[in-house]
Design a protein around this ligand. Structure first.
Ligand SMILES: *Cc1c(COP(=O)(O)O)cnc(C)c1O
Length: 376
């Protein structure tokens, strides 16, 4: 047997988080996480749950009864969406224009779906005409799309057009709103989205661990009348409803502290006002993008589908991206990220999400970038 390891108290550095997530956490959210634990069936916690659900409906712009946080990160909420809605043998249409569309494909496949794709180059949104053609060719039961593609900095415009096409074919629409919820205009009811899921650590500026999802009555009907049980016990929404629905009976122990954190993060959204928050993200990111252009870093995504919460800029030939990213972190404590997939080596990814979307952060990053770019 070895001796008890001696490990120092944790003193993480204070970073400025301007990458693809997590974003800077608001001090009020961290304080909420330091408050005492109560049991997950304590009447006090049941009130907290109701408040979180109400705040989530406000933030998603929906009246959906089934609106709750899934225990786990955004990928857990994503797997809950695909795993519950897709039955073995269903045809599932997903996009190929970014990293997270590919993750949708793996999850749909594991749920027993037959995956087909609608294509667009990485760095461009889906064209509704291509979606219409794909519906005519494949007649999918489920269509997933990414509202805010964090790998490319592309916002999918004209969401209503996509949901209309899907509903004209009696299909269900799953929207990945991980990098849009609380930061970029998103209207679940007005846009007629059947299921939208998100994460806590992007535009909500909350530590990861409890991830929002909302489901329409039509989606719930389909889930409750499935022919086969959902393959995941943990993420089976028909069971989770026992806890988050009227009964409030035990399914699994909620991540209580993460739910506290989410409540506080959503309280900040409500205090600011959702539309003002969308506007702030656009305004602050606009300053960031024009400042980067002055430094010779051109925006990658076109204006019509620019995503303010995640800005991709082209890397000039003479710039060593790895050295730049390392220098920003070691000298300034600023985190940004490299490109992924087809855009690896082509772009930098700079987040402007939630509490990170502040003029002070933008000015700090721009000065640090200026010094770093002039160094070589
Ligand atoms: C971050 C992200 C996810 C996955 O969320 P995790 O919290 O990392 O599990 C899914 N989709 C998009 C668009 C994301 O940006």
């Amino acid at each position: 047997m070895t001796d008890a390891p001696v490990v120092d108290e944790l003193t993480p550095p204070v970073r400025t988080l301007m990458g693809p997530g997590p974003s800077d956490v608001h001090p009020r959210v961290l304080r909420a996480m330091g408050t005492p634990l109560v049991g997950h069936l304590d009447p006090v916690f049941l009130d907290v749950m109701n408040e979180v659900q109400e705040l989530l409906r406000y933030t998603f712009r929906t009246d959906n009864q089934w609106t709750l946080p899934i225990s786990g990160t955004g990928s857990a909420a994503m797997e809950a969406a695909f795993g519950n809605l897709v039955e073995p043998g269903d045809t599932v249409l997903v996009p190929s224009n970014g990293y997270f569309g590919h993750r949708m494909a793996s999850m749909a496949n594991r749920a027993g779906g037959e995956v087909v794709s609608v294509d667009a180059p990485w760095g461009e949104p889906l064209d509704p005409n291509d979606v219409r053609d794909a519906f005519e060719t494949h007649q999918p039961e489920v269509f997933g799309f990414v509202h805010a593609e964090t790998s490319t900095g592309v916002r999918q415009p004209a969401v209503s057009e996509l949901t209309e096409i899907a509903h004209a074919h009696d299909a269900f629409v799953i929207a990945d709103t991980v990098t849009s919820l609380g930061g970029v205009e998103l209207r679940v009811d007005a846009w007629d989205i059947d299921i939208a899921y998100s994460s806590a650590q992007k535009c909500l500026s909350c530590p990861p661990g409890a991830s929002p999802i909302t489901l329409s009555d039509r989606a719930i009907d389909r889930i409750l009348t499935r022919e086969t049980p959902v393959r995941s016990w943990y993420l089976d929404l028909s069971l989770l409803e026992g806890y988050w629905g009227e009964d409030r009976s035990y399914h699994h122990t909620a991540p209580i502290t993460n739910v506290y954190a989410l409540r506080e993060a959503l309280r900040l959204v409500a205090e600011e006002g959702i539309e003002r928050r969308w506007e702030r993200h656009r305004r602050v990111a606009r300053t960031l993008v024009s400042g980067m252009e002055d430094l010779g870093l051109d925006r990658y995504a076109a204006e019509e589908y620019w995503l303010p919460s995640l800005n991709t800029v082209r890397i000039p030939d003479e710039v060593d991206e790895t050295a730049l990213i390392d220098h920003l972190l070691s000298k300034y404590g600023i985190e940004i990220a490299a490109g992924l997939g087809d855009l690896a080596g082509e772009v930098l990814r700079i987040g402007c999400m939630g509490h990170s979307a502040r003029p002070a952060n933008v000015q700090y990053l721009l000065s640090a970038l200026e010094e770093s770019l002039n160094r070589s």
